[in-house]
Design a protein around this ligand. Structure first.
Ligand code: ZN
Length: 605
């Protein structure tokens, strides 16, 4: 009921209060946070277009009364004051953090993000009794557990006090990231090599950690407390402090500072969270180096040229400027990693692929690498033992994904039209986000059919089998800004293919491990293909290939043979080590899921 005349425009943003970053930390610091998220019309729940909170507690068999954020008394004061004892505050916290994380992805990916068939992700804040939280792809939901704090070692909590994983911003951000990764690369839940699940975990932790840097107050406090040396504490680089302490660990669940630089650790670490943590630590090594560099001039100005800080507190002006740099650098590094997503293979990713995707995506926008952020990251990863195996050097040229040897274009397929549609979507704000129109659906179908035909015609060149069905998994137009601030639209196409002929014929098709090939193509607006990121398999009919080792079809066939051998060896040893491996407590690859992965028994999520 609008009573203003003329009407006041609908707001674009909404502010909601959360803990910083969990109830324990808020108790210790007295600090709450305010998250700045897109405004949308909400039904009680909150139920929005991107996420939907479903607050049924199956342990107590009760539906908690849903929070109405449209009620003037919540609207006017940025939601409820966060409280452990009011389930509606829990609903608010999960909604706010999930929206904030999703929006950050959109910004870095340069396109609108939507869930499969535009169905919102469900958040269930009181889903079970237990020290865990996990994403369940089948239910399209994130399930948060709650549990009594450890009786003998509860940290800064009371023994036996109820701890809610849904109140930890870190846990929410981590699980929402799992869900987003699952949406962007569905087959990354199939652990076809040692890195796939570790990458899932690394990425979820990175997003959760970098989420700390968007809060100005927290950053300023951390810079002031550590005189700018962020590794020295301030909690900025710790994940899930309350969860870790209340579980009797005596410290945060994971901390960047705990992962010591050891070049041999990566090769020896199998468990996905621990392996992923090495990648995360390397990103923060590079981050810290770049940040120190960025503030060096400020410190020199502040110290009359010596750069050596006197004991005691920094001047508040200096704290503010240093915090600016810390935030700017965090944005740049998180952007570098998130943007790489479009350049990743469709299946069977490993950390070498991640390095190559980061370098390629960043090179496209910042070819000069002026502040050496990219080269610092590559070097930091190498020092921790993470680099792509087949490349000849760690120079940009060697690390970038290969361009097609001969010019390859999408021909008459009108990719510019797809870009045009994405522009329209970007121009719509989220509150008016509607289902696709009939014309949009028809256009998307036609584009997929054309691309499918194109892929069949060019299958050997792009690492796919012409004799097997090819699926168009995704077509996206993205907008990014490069060094020169010009928009850089690109079209990213993902193809996938299941190779029944290479699978074990003795088992039922639904019960055996799928053997998949997949290819990501990056094209410009004219349809010229810039990069082909293929995970090929051997061709069915080698006799059809020319006898020329430089022919792309022959090369892909050879790479495919090597890949299939690796895949078979991996699956075989997975069955053998299965009983010993914490994340394969269910038999082998097919039965892996996020619940087993973010497993309560190990206090990891
Ligand atoms: Zn996880």
């Amino acid at each position: 009921m609008a009573t203003n005349d003329p009407a006041v425009p609908t707001p674009e943003r909404r502010w909601l209060r959360t803990f910083a970053f969990d109830p324990m930390s808020t108790r210790l610091t007295g600090r709450y946070l305010r998250l700045d998220i897109p405004y949308e019309d909400l039904r009680p729940g909150p139920i929005g277009q991107v996420v939907q909170v479903v607050d049924y507690d199956p342990v107590r068999k009760v539906w908690y009364s849903p929070l109405d954020l449209s009620d003037p008394s919540t609207l006017a004061q940025d939601g409820l004051r966060p409280s452990e004892s009011d389930p509606r505050a829990h609903q608010q916290v999960v909604y706010a953090v999930a929206m904030s994380v999703t929006e950050r992805f959109e910004r870095f990916l340069g396109r609108r993000f939507s869930w499969h068939q535009q169905k919102p992700l469900r958040l269930v804040p009181h889903a079970f009794g237990g020290r865990n939280a996990y994403f369940d792809p089948r239910r399209r939901a994130i399930l948060f557990g709650y549990y009594p704090a450890d009786e003998t070692s509860p940290g800064a909590n009371l023994p036996g006090q109820m701890i809610f994983s849904c109140l930890s911003s870190d846990i929410i951000a981590h699980e929402v990231t799992h869900a987003i990764v699952h949406r962007l690369r569905r087959h990354y839940s199939e652990a076809t090599n040692i890195d796939v699940l570790a990458w899932h975990e690394a990425f979820a932790d990175l997003v959760a950690l970098f989420q700390h840097f968007i809060h100005r107050d927290v950053l300023v406090a951390a810079v002031a407390a550590t005189s700018g040396d962020l590794l020295k504490g301030g909690g900025l680089l710790d994940l899930a402090a309350e969860f870790g302490e209340s579980s009797g660990m005596g410290k945060a669940l994971r901390s960047v500072a705990d992962v010591k630089p050891d070049p041999l650790a990566f090769a020896a670490t199998r468990e996905p969270h621990a392996r992923g943590a090495i990648f995360v630590a390397a990103v923060f090594d590079a981050y810290m180096a770049a940040y120190q560099d960025a503030i060096a001039d400020l410190l020199r100005i502040a110290t009359g040229g010596t750069g050596v800080l006197p004991p005691g507190r920094l001047h508040p002006d200096l704290v503010n400027r240093v915090a600016d740099e810390a935030a700017r650098m965090a944005d740049r590094f998180l952007g570098m990693v998130i943007r790489a997503f479009d350049y990743l293979p469709v299946v069977d990713v490993d950390f070498g692929d991640v390095v190559r995707a980061i370098v390629t995506a960043d090179y496209e926008l910042f070819p000069g690498d002026t502040n050496q952020l990219r080269s610092r990251l590559v070097e930091a990863l190498r020092r921790r033992g993470i680099y792509p195996r087949p490349v000849s050097s760690l120079a940009d040229d060697a690390l970038r994904w290969p361009a097609p040897t001969e010019e390859l274009t999408l021909g008459a397929i009108d990719v510019a039209a797809a870009v045009h549609e994405e522009t329209r979507r970007l121009n719509r704000t989220r509150i008016t986000q509607t289902a696709q129109s009939g014309t949009e659906v028809a256009n998307a179908r036609r584009l997929a059919a054309d691309l499918n035909q194109w892929a069949t015609d060019h299958a050997p060149e792009i690492g796919l089998e012409p004799g097997a069905a090819i699926a168009v998994i995704g077509v996206h137009a993205t907008y990014r800004q490069g060094e020169n601030h010009q928009p850089r639209p690109e079209v990213v196409v993902q193809f996938g293919q299941r190779r029944d002929d290479l699978e074990n014929p003795d088992l039922d098709r639904r019960k055996r491990v799928a053997v998949r090939a997949g290819t990501t193509l990056i094209a410009d607006l004219e349809g010229r293909i810039k990069y082909v990121v293929a995970k090929p398999l051997p061709t069915r009919d080698p006799a059809s290939l020319p006898n020329d080792p430089n022919d792309p079809g022959c090369r892909n066939d050879k790479l495919g043979r090597a890949r299939l051998e690796r895949l078979e060896a991996w699956m075989e040893q997975l069955e053998t080590v299965n009983a010993l491996s914490p994340w394969t407590s269910e038999p082998a690859l097919l039965r892996l899921d996020f619940a087993a992965l973010d497993c309560a028994d190990y206090g990891e999520w």
